[in-house]
Ligand binder design. Structure first.
Ligand SMILES: O=P(O)(O)OC[C@H]1O[C@H](OP(=O)(O)OP(=O)(O)O)[C@H](O)[C@@H]1O
Ligand SMILES: O=c1cc[nH]c(=O)[nH]1
Ligand SMILES: [Mg+2]
Length: 213
């Protein structure tokens, strides 16, 4: 198992993902186990999201001789959509410790299901950086669409969206409104229910990650 690539989408497949998604979906999983499982999947998603980064060469001296060394030749800005996005962003920072981090705070209105923005703090340099927008849940796609549109208005030109579970409705929305933004995900679920929750999904990712209700 590895991954399947479609036009705007990469679906990552890995036995650890299957096992950990089951832990995340299980309504009886504790907050502690939920966090651990999400962190493990986040590492696999981060590995794939960073696979094609450009490198620059330089000379490095080992204790034996000079040889060619490499550094990542791309500024990176990680943008978690608060709150649940914070469950994915640390994994990216473990691989790219010098990445800048922007924050976008938004919650879905319970009756309209539309995102409500409450915070934004985006670092300088968004125009040239690879901007990795992270949020575990893509349901209607309203939050991701808002976040991506906002970042484009700020000047972002190279964006990727990293998610844990996507609904077909959200993928359709992001694929048609932002065809330049590639999505990396661990699961494509069946549909949305009448409350715009992903089915089968895992419930409210933010609440389960932070132990709120
Ligand atoms: O695709 P959408 O229909 O917009 O739904 C997805 C959004 O809903 C969740 O956030 P939520 O509003 O629950 O906020 P939280 O992370 O603070 O719990 C999730 O983390 C996404 O941001
Ligand atoms: O299923 C869903 C939909 C939106 N937000 C979540 O956290 N879960
Ligand atoms: Mg939530």
């Amino acid at each position: 198992m590895d991954s399947q690539s479609f036009e705007h989408l990469t679906l990552i497949e890995h036995p650890v993902i299957n096992r950990d998604l089951t832990i995340l979906r299980d309504v009886n999983t504790s907050t502690d186990d939920f966090r651990s499982a999400l962190k493990r999947i986040a590492i696999i998603l981060a590995y794939h999201a960073l696979k094609e980064l450009p490198l620059k060469e330089f000379e490095v001296e080992t204790p034996i001789e000079k040889t060619t060394g490499y550094d990542i030749d791309q500024d990176i800005i990680v943008v978690p959509i608060l709150r649940a996005g914070l469950g994915l962003s640390d994994a990216l920072l473990q691989f790219i410790p010098d990445a800048k981090v922007g924050h976008l705070g938004m919650y879905r209105d319970e009756s309209t299901h539309e995102p409500v923005d409450y915070y934004s703090n985006i670092p300088d340099g968004v125009e040239d950086a690879l901007v990795l927008v992270v949020d575990p849940m893509l349901a209607t796609g309203g939050s991701a669409d808002d976040a991506i549109s906002f970042l484009k208005k700020e000047g972002a030109q190279h964006l990727r969206f990293i998610s844990l579970i996507c609904a077909p409705e959200g993928l359709e929305r992001i694929g048609s409104k932002h065809p330049d933004v590639h999505t990396i995900t661990a699961a494509i679920d069946e549909k949305l229910n009448d409350d715009a929750f992903i089915v089968p999904g895992l419930g409210d990712a933010g609440d389960r990650y932070f132990g709120t209700t």
